[in-house]
Design a protein around this ligand. Structure first.
Ligand code: UGA
Length: 445
C-alpha cells in the first residue's frame, strides 16, 4: 500500500456510494462497488441508475464501458480486489427513536475487516454520530486477520442530491479524520484531482471529522428554520420575507443560500441528521445543542401544519370532498427522492381529511406512488389542476415557473393557489385573476 496506485472498493451503492464509485472511476481509479441488493447491482452493471440523479447514468455507463468500474454483490471479491475501502451505507433514523441506526455501517465495516486479504485502509463516508469511528476501530482491531495491517479513518461526504456528481468531483473541502502519515499520503493520492484544483484538505481527529458533517447539516437546517421563523414575523407585520432574505444575503457573513422560506426541509439527510445530533448531544450532556436543534426541528415540522391549515382555510374551513391539485412530491427539485418529503406529508394529511388530492411531479411520481399508493397521481400540471378548488405548490420545480396562469384558470373550479415554496411570480398569477398566497408575505386582500 502506498507503492502502487490504490484500487478502490465502495460498500453500499445508494445515492452516496454509486456517485462516489463513479467519481473515483472518473478520477482514473479501478473501482468495485458492492451492494447486497442483486437487482441494484445488475442495473448499475448495465449503466442503469435506480434513482434520478442528473449526470450519474452517463458517468456510470462511461466507466462500466471503460472497464474501470464494476459492481458486485460479493463483499469477499471486492475486499480482495481493493486497497482503499469506502463505507457508504445508510444510517437511517432508528425506529421509535431520534438515534441513527448504525447496524448497516457496523456490518459493512465488519465484512470488510474480516475479509481483508492484504493491507488496506477503511474509510468511513457515511454520516454517523460522533464516537462511531472510535467504536468501529476497536471492532476492526478484534477481527482483522492476523498479519494484515489496516487503518480506519473518517472522510465525510457533503454531496447534495440533484448535484451529487459535481459535488463529488469538485467538493468544497476534503475532511480527513484520524489519518496516519501513510493513510494521509494514500488519501492525497485518491483525491489528487480535486486537490490539484485547489480543494482544501482539512486534517483532524476522528470525532472532529464525524462532527463536521453533522454540524454542517445542522447549520443548514438552522438557517432554514431561522428564515421560516422570521417569515412568521414578516407575515404578521406586513413585510416580505423574500426581499428580506435577498437583503440579508448580501452580507457575506450570512449568505443568501438556504434562506428560502417555505414548507421547510425534508429528505433522507437533514431531518434525521439533526435528530441524531439531538440524541447524541443529549447522551453527551451537551444540552445547548440539543435544545437549539430541537427548536429547529419543531419549527420545521410546524411549517407542514401551517400549509395544511392554509389549504383548509382556502377551502372554507374543511377540505372534505374538495379537489386539491398538488404540484410537487419530491423533497426538493432535481430528485425523485420522497424520503421525509414535506410535499407528500402535506398531500397525505389532506387526503386523510377527505380531500381528493391529485399530485403531479416531473420525476417523483413513481417513487411517491410506491410510498403512498392510495394517493392519485397525474401526468401533467393540467391534469392535477383540472376542477381543483385550490392548487398547492409544494416542490419548486423549474417547470412550474412556465405555467400559463391564464390558461390554467380556465380548467380549475376556483382560481386559488398557495405557493408554499415562494417560487412563483405572484404578480403574474394575480394579473391572471388568481387568489395567490405565499409564505412570509402579507396576504393580498
Ligand atoms: C443535504 C446537504 O445539503 C448536503 O451537503 C449533505 O451532504 C446531504 O444533506 C447529506 O447529508 O447527504 P440534500 O439532502 O440533498 O443535502 O438536500 P438539500 O439541498 O440540503 O435540501 C434539504 C431540504 O431543505 C430540502 O427539502 C429543501 O427543499 C429544503 N430547503 C433548502 C429549504 O426549505 N429552504 C432553503 O433555503 C434550502
Amino acid at each position: 500500500l502506498g507503492a502502487t496506485r490504490p484500487r478502490i472498493s465502495v460498500v453500499g451503492t445508494g445515492y452516496l456510494g454509486a456517485t462516489h464509485a463513479a467519481a473515483m472511476a472518473e478520477m482514473g481509479f479501478d473501482v468495485m462497488g458492492v451492494d447486497s441488493d442483486p437487482a441494484k447491482v445488475a442495473a448499475l452493471s448495465e449503466g442503469i441508475v435506480p434513482f434520478f440523479e442528473p449526470g450519474l447514468p452517463e458517468l456510470i455507463r462511461t466507466h462500466v464501458a471503460s472497464g474501470r468500474l464494476h459492481f458486485t454483490t460479493d463483499i469477499v471479491e471486492a475486499t480482495a480486489f481493493a486497497d482503499v475501502h469506502f463505507i457508504c451505507v445508510g444510517t437511517p433514523q432508528a425506529r421509535g427513536s431520534n438515534a441513527a441506526n448504525l447496524s448497516y455501517v457496523e456490518e459493512a465495516t465488519r465484512s470488510v475487516a474480516r475479509n481483508l486479504t492484504h493491507d488496506g485502509i477503511i474509510v468511513g463516508k457515511s454520516t454517523v454520530p460522533v464516537g462511531t469511528g472510535a467504536r468501529l476501530r476497536s471492532i476492526v482491531a478484534g477481527i482483522v486477520p492476523a498479519g494484515i495491517s489496516t487503518e480506519l479513518i473518517w472522510n465525510p461526504e457533503f454531496l447534495r442530491e440533484g448535484k451529487a456528481v459535481d459535488d463529488t468531483l469538485t467538493p468544497d473541502r476534503i475532511v480527513l479524520g484520524g489519518t496516519t502519515a501513510l493513510s494521509e499520503a494514500v488519501m492525497r493520492e485518491v483525491y489528487a484531482a480535486p486537490i490539484a484544483i485547489g480543494t482544501p484538505v482539512i486534517l483532524c481527529d476522528l470525532p472532529t471529522a464525524e462532527l463536521v458533517k453533522v454540524s454542517a447539516n445542522a447549520f443548514l437546517a438552522t438557517k432554514i428554520s431561522f428564515i421560516n421563523a422570521i417569515a412568521e414575523v414578516c407575515e404578521a407585520a406586513g413585510a416580505d420575507v423574500g426581499v428580506l432574505a435577498d437583503a440579508l444575503g448580501h452580507d457575506i457573513r450570512i449568505g443568501r443560500q438556504f434562506l428560502n422560506a417555505g414548507l421547510g426541509f425534508g429528505g433522507g439527510c437533514l431531518p434525521k441528521d439533526i435528530r441524531a445530533l439531538i440524541h447524541r448531544a443529549g447522551e453527551l450532556g451537551a444540552t445547548k445543542a440539543a435544545s437549539l436543534l430541537q427548536q429547529v426541528d419543531e419549527i420545521n415540522m410546524s411549517q407542514r401544519q401551517l400549509v395544511i391549515n392554509m389549504a383548509i382555510e382556502a377551502c372554507g374551513g374543511s377540505v372534505l370532498n374538495r379537489r386539491i391539485g398538488v404540484l410537487g412530491a419530491a423533497f426538493k427539485p432535481l430528485t425523485d427522492d420522497v424520503r421525509d418529503s414535506p410535499a407528500l406529508n402535506v398531500a397525505a394529511a389532506l387526503h386523510l381529511r377527505g380531500a381528493q388530492v391529485v399530485i403531479y411531479d416531473p420525476e417523483a411520481s413513481s417513487t411517491a406512488q410506491r410510498m403512498f399508493p392510495t394517493l392519485t397521481y397525474a401526468d401533467s400540471v393540467e391534469e392535477a389542476a383540472t376542477n381543483s378548488d385550490v392548487i398547492l405548490v409544494l416542490t419548486e420545480w423549474e417547470e412550474f415557473n412556465s405555467i400559463d396562469a391564464a390558461a390554467l384558470r380556465e380548467i380549475v373550479a376556483l382560481p386559488v393557489i398557495i405557493d408554499a415554496r415562494n417560487c412563483l411570480d405572484a404578480a403574474h398569477w394575480r394579473a391572471a385573476g388568481w387568489r395567490f398566497t405565499g409564505l412570509g408575505v402579507a396576504p393580498v386582500a
